[in-house]
Design a protein around this ligand. Structure first.
Ligand code: AMP
Ligand code: TRP
Length: 331
């Protein structure tokens, strides 16, 4: 049975980009694979964050996972920090990724470009090491992510190949990333040439926005003067982004979405996109509020940590043995 692993950082308001690119799809794997989904709280510390905010975001994310349809009987849901093996494996693996390759990572360059060297934490630079540890700890075969995380899975693959060459095949399992055909990169509604991230209140749809606000943001999304609804990322990034959002939510192809909206005026097109997003988010939010209220995420995270640890401790032991750390229980 394939092992599937993914995580999201609890750094703040999740967006429709997170939902379409990652969250929405995690449940698709739970019928046929062994799914591990975690809250990447250690990764959230790589940029300054308020402790109360971080804690609340972690609860929110646990509730979002459950609201998205992940079933805790089928999927293991846990926080990264509740399984210390992540940090322990990180301490080993950090010796096998190198300064040069880490400094070329797009995410590091983007996040650090406006920061002074004296303010950039080592954790931000070493981010891919911990992420590699997250992945290999569960012998993951498949890592479902949005497009911006592909480079991190690729560096994990380099690391796995390096370790296996040095310490023997089977030391670590080689993972593959999986990105969605439609919606791997949702763009900002106010500037459709940049990614929808967690920091643009006008251009981002947040998963907890009220339905009025969601509609308003979509109706005022930046488009163009051409007045035909068709997919052309270069010349019509705004319309292409809205078509992508619609297609991803309805689980149809871009071509099918284009065919449906052929001849539509922009206003009518946007209204139907807003309807589709609202039809998806409204029940999702309702479920989220129930889960927060009932605190049902807590036993899920407790049980999840236990199950995750069972697997993680075995992998850690295997790697410790492979690299030559003395096993005091079994010498
Ligand atoms: P993060 O919020 O950076 O922890 O991202 C969590 C997941 O959401 C990752 O798999 C990202 O690739 C994905 N993601 C983030 N932003 C977007 C976006 N604008 N479009 C599609 N996927 C995204
Ligand atoms: N780096 C991912 C992000 O920013 C979150 C993450 C951490 C992750 N560890 C992971 C995703 C392991 C997949 C697998 O979105």
């Amino acid at each position: 049975m394939a092992r599937i692993l993914s995580g999201i950082k609890p750094t703040g308001n999740l967006t429709l980009g997170n939902y379409i690119g990652a969250l929405k799809h995690f449940k698709d794997f739970q019928e046929t694979g062994e799914v591990f989904i975690f809250i990447a709280d250690l990764h959230a510390l790589t940029l300054p964050i308020d402790p109360t905010f971080l804690r609340n975001n972690s609860r929110d994310l646990a509730a979002f996972y459950l609201a998205s349809g992940l079933d805790p009987k089928k999927a293991t849901i846990f926080t990264q920090s509740s399984v210390p093996e992540h940090a322990e494996l990180n301490a080993i693996l950090q010796n096998y990724l190198y300064m040069g390759e880490l400094s070329r990572m797009t995410q590091f360059k983007e996040k650090s470009q406006h920061m002074k060297d004296s303010a950039i934490g080592l954790g931000l630079f070493a981010y891919p090491v911990l992420m590699a540890a997250d992945i290999v700890l569960y012998d993951a075969d498949i890592v479902p992510v949005g497009e911006d995380q592909v480079q991190h899975v690729e560096i994990t693959r380099d690391l796995v190949n390096r370790m296996n060459k040095r310490y023997g095949e089977g030391t670590l399992v080689l993972p593959n990333y999986k990105i969605n055909k439609v919606g791997a990169r949702i763009m900002s509604l106010s500037n459709p040439t940049v990614k929808m991230s967690k920091s643009d209140p006008k251009g981002d749809i947040f998963l907890l926005d009220s339905m009025d606000v969601v509609r308003k943001k979509i109706m005022s999304a930046v488009t163009d003067m051409d007045a035909t609804v068709r997919y052309d990322k270069e010349n019509k990034p705004g319309i292409s982004n809205l078509l992508t959002i619609y297609a991803a939510i309805k689980e149809i192809s871009i071509e099918e979405a284009e065919a449906k909206f052929a001849g539509y005026r922009y206003g009518d097109f946007k209204r139907e996109v807003a309807d589709a997003v609202i039809a998806e988010l409204e029940p999702f939010q309702k479920r989220y509020f129930e889960i927060i209220e009932s605190k049902e995420y807590l036993p899920v995270l407790q049980e999840g940590a236990k199950r995750a640890k069972e697997i993680a401790s075995k992998t850690l032991k295997r790697v410790q043995n492979a690299v030559g750390l003395l096993d005091i229980d079994d010498d």
